[in-house]
Design a protein around this ligand. Structure first.
Ligand SMILES: Nc1nc2c(c(=O)[nH]1)N[C@H]1C(S)=C(S)[C@@H](COP(=O)(O)OP(=O)(O)OC[C@H]3O[C@@H](n4cnc5c(=O)[nH]c(N)nc54)[C@H](O)[C@@H]3O)O[C@H]1N2
Ligand SMILES: Nc1nc2c(c(=O)[nH]1)N[C@H]1C(S)=C(S)[C@@H](COP(=O)(O)OP(=O)(O)OC[C@H]3O[C@@H](n4cnc5c(=O)[nH]c(N)nc54)[C@H](O)[C@@H]3O)O[C@H]1N2
Ligand code: SF4
Ligand SMILES: [Mo]
Length: 704
């Protein structure tokens, strides 16, 4: 007898709603929730069953038995593992105070549990992965709107033109978003794609600009100039809601479209055509800020320029533009009760300096990489305990060797993961979480034009001795005598506690897996958006006093990206549609689809180096060398080489992924602390490598 379970995918951090057909304790079928995704699921989502059946994942708690990273583990009971962590934490807290413990997680809708634990201990040091992801875009958005990166959602389906700067939307997937783009294209909308190489998105685009690496800021400035010159911006909107327009207009004066086209290596006519087109289509034009504008030295300013382009289009709170995400409050419903809101706010300063040393950054999750500084220098104070939930710093931040040096000054490393992560392999304790089909999660809010509450339900029992996060953190909290902040004994009690103020019950989720809080999309009155922009002035700030107070320009003169030293290439990276970072590389099905990465290299550059398609090449940086197959193509800029992130794993118990392909972050030597001072993002694309035909080629080619 088959039974339907409404749940949420967990193969990547998008967490799509899913429908699971279960027979006994066996998954029969997985698909996207038909009410929200029309049944669609991506390749990774479909490989969830392979993860469940995979024995190459931690099957019970493990305590290190041997040196860090030596790979010797003692399997222990949950009681023993929790007690071990508890004793270590007691000693750290006794010696250095609770602030010496930090916790990092992947962010997202279930964060409340993890924040509660670390704040409950009395430490302010909650953090996440984002200094290697979207921090520059986030901080740029804060400086323009007073709202973070998630301050807007994009009504792509109804737009007339979507502009993407390295936002590879069909490969770096969110199912609902990719479907919206397809709908927009079906409705006759235009898609402009900007990248240094051709991609899955580029081939579906109506216009493709192949730019010189690191020149997006120039392109955006040229667009701003062209739009202002053509008088094609929304004057009324700009007058009503912004400050600093005149300074913006005079700042962009020298950055003409002709200048930008030259700087980026594209045709001026094509750029001018683009400007005329969007001028006609405004306000239904969206410049998607994405994430990729986060990895160069001027990405903060490039992101600010993209946010400004949206404002010039006047696309805010119009159909086909940028919409304010609506929450329960907009539907007359109280929000979910939060565990963290019951905990007194720790008063200590953060060890990463965010909020006091770096006042212009959002102190919510701070900046993980700066904790490494505190570990090394004990300034502002020692950090001795690190807990990572759903986060693998070695796969996330540059230069794992440099990270290990800092971590060697700590007394406790805990990895709470469904897989063996690279960091987990170096840790002292691995607490295995049940994979997503085997666990319930707390109720989450999904904001949008039609906000909803949604929940992940367990579809099958755990195959191994693993536990869900809500139970792991409850066990840890009880051991640390902060159980009062986790006022539940079962997930049902927790759901009820969360939902109580909302007036909804968990039974209401049974029909479709979610509770919708609005029947029709909610729109604010665009003529009365006062109070919606959370900047100090209450306006959209082209010129920000807060940045000036931090000694930073609001509009920074453009500097051309550094040319690669002779014989070097800029190493850039991206994702595959069939993998999520590094944690799916060992999945039996996904590994079959893509077992290793390759190095994209421009045809002419390859010819000079005697490299042909499929040759093994050595990719060499200051401290590391990787060897993979070359993909020789004309569809990448000659200054760059490209690879898919997540490969080159070093956990021997992951037999399929072990040493398959090359790790980009290992090549990013010396980059761990190289952050954009204005945006806080790490300059991951400011890395240069040399490439040579490897001596490991199976067939040696001797040319006489
Ligand atoms: N399948 C899959 N989907 C995912 C993820 C995943 O792991 N797998 N991860 C999710 C996460 S965490 C994120 S942050 C997003 C990331 O989503 P995106 O930002 O869309 O993704 P990336 O794949 O990192 O793509 C980066 C692109 O930028 C290009 N690029 C490099 N340098 C430049 C430049 O100077 N200018 C321009 N214009 N382009 C440049 C690269 O060639 C590459 O194509 O994807 C999300 N979706
Ligand atoms: N060189 C280089 N560095 C990068 C990037 C790049 O492309 N190149 N991309 C950057 C970007 S955009 C991001 S977002 C970060 C991502 O970096 P991370 O946030 O570290 O990456 P993820 O792979 O999403 O997740 C990390 C861990 O979560 C575990 N995990 C997966 N599912 C679950 C679960 O259900 N429960 C638990 N407890 N654990 C789970 C995985 O096994 C993995 O060990 O990396 C960044 N760093
Ligand atoms: S995008 Fe794919 S892997 Fe990610 S949550 Fe959705 S279905 Fe799962
Ligand atoms: Mo990311």
């Amino acid at each position: 007898m088959s039974e339907t379970v409404w749940s949420m995918c967990g193969m990547c951090s998008v967490r799509c709603p899913i429908k699971v057909e279960v027979d006994g304790n066996r998954i029969k079928w997985l698909e996207g929730n038909p009410h929200l995704l029309g049944g669609a699921l991506c390749a990774k989502g479909s490989a969830g069953v392979a993860l469940r059946n995979d024995r190459e994942r931690p099957q019970q708690p493990l305590i290190r038995d041997g040196g860090r990273g030596a790979g010797k583990w003692e399997p222990v009971s949950w009681d023993t593992a929790i007690e071990y962590i508890g004793e270590k934490l007691d000693i750290i807290i006794d010696r250095y105070g609770a602030r010496a413990v930090m916790l990092s997680c992947r962010g997202g809708p279930f964060m409340d549990l993890f924040k509660t634990f670390i704040h409950g201990l009395g430490s302010p040091n909650f953090t996440n992965h984002d200094s290697a992801c979207g921090r520059n875009v986030h901080h740029a958005s804060l400086s323009v709107y007073g709202l973070g990166r998630k301050g807007f959602i994009y009504d792509i389906k109804n737009s007339k033109h979507l502009v993407l700067f390295g936002r590879n939307i069909f490969a770096s997937l969110r199912i609902a978003e990719a479907n919206q783009v397809l709908d927009m294209l079906d409705n006759g909308g235009s898609l402009t794609y900007v990248d240094v190489r051709q991609s899955l998105t580029g081939i579906k685009a109506t216009r493709f600009f192949q730019v010189r690496p690191g020149t997006d800021y120039a392109l955006a400035l040229g667009m701003i100039n062209g739009i202002i010159k053509a008088d094609a911006y929304d004057k009324e909107f700009v007058d009503r809601y912004t400050t600093g327009f005149n300074q913006l207009a005079s700042f962009v004066e020298p950055y003409t479209p002709e200048w930008a086209a030259k700087e980026c290596g594209i045709k001026a006519k094509k750029l001018k055509d683009f400007i005329s087109e969007v001028s006609e289509q405004a306000p239904q034009v969206i410049f998607h800020p994405g994430w990729m504008l986060s990895r160069y030295r001027d990405s903060f300013y490039a992101s600010r320029a993209i946010h400004i382009l949206n404002v010039l289009m006047g696309n805010i709170e119009v159909k086909g533009g940028q919409l304010f995400p609506k929450g329960p409050g907009d539907c007359g419903v109280k929000g979910l009760r939060s565990l963290d809101s019951q905990v007194p706010k720790p008063e200590e300063k953060r060890a990463d300096g965010v909020g006091w040393k770096y006042r212009h950054f959002d102190k919510g999750p701070g900046l993980f990489h700066l904790f490494y500084d505190a570990m090394l220098t004990e300034d502002p104070y020692p950090v001795k305990g690190v807990i990572c939930y759903r986060h693998d710093p070695f796969n996330c931040f540059p230069d794992p060797a440099a990270q290990k040096e800092a971590l060697d000054n700590t007394d406790l490393l805990v990895s709470i993961d469904t897989h063996y992560s690279e960091f987990g392999w170096y840790s002292d304790v691995i607490l295995p979480e049940s994979m997503y089909l085997e666990r319930d999660s707390i109720v989450a809010t999904q904001k949008g034009p039609k906000p909803r509450f949604i929940v992940r339900r367990k579809a099958v029992d755990p195959k191994f001795d693993t536990k869900p996060a809500w139970e792991i953190f409850k066990l840890l909290a009880d051991r640390m005598n902060i159980g009062q902040y986790f006022p539940y004994n079962s997930i049902e009690e927790l759901w009820q506690w969360q939902l109580e103020p909302t007036g909804h019950t968990i039974e209401e989720f049974e029909g479709k897996g979610f509770v919708s809080l609005a029947d029709e999309p909610i729109m604010y009155d665009r003529d009365n958006l006062d109070g919606k922009f959370k900047t100090p002035s209450g306006k959209i700030e082209f010129i920000s006093q807060k940045l000036a107070d931090a000694g930073l320009a609001s509009l920074k003169p453009y500097e051309s990206p550094r040319k690669a030293p002779k014989g070097n290439f800029r190493l850039i990276f991206g994702r595959s549609p069939v993998h999520a970072h590094g944690h799916t590389v060992n999945n039996p099905l996904l590994n079959e689809l893509m077992p290793e990465n390759s190095l994209w290299i421009n045809k002419r550059a390859a010819a000079k180096l005697g490299i042909s398609e499929g040759d093994l090449v050595d990719v060499i940086s200051a401290s590391s060398i990787g060897t993979i197959k070359a993909h020789v193509t004309e569809f990448i800029h000659p200054e760059a080489v490209y690879t898919v992130h997540g490969f080159g794993r070093q956990v021997p118990l992951q037999s399929r992924a072990y040493h398959a392909g090359m790790s980009d972050q290992k090549l990013q030597s010396g980059k761990l602390m190289d952050m954009d001072p204005a945006g806080g993002g790490l300059c991951l694309c400011e890395v240069f490598v040399t490439v040579r035909r490897s001596t490991k080629n199976p067939k040696r080619r001797v040319e006489l």
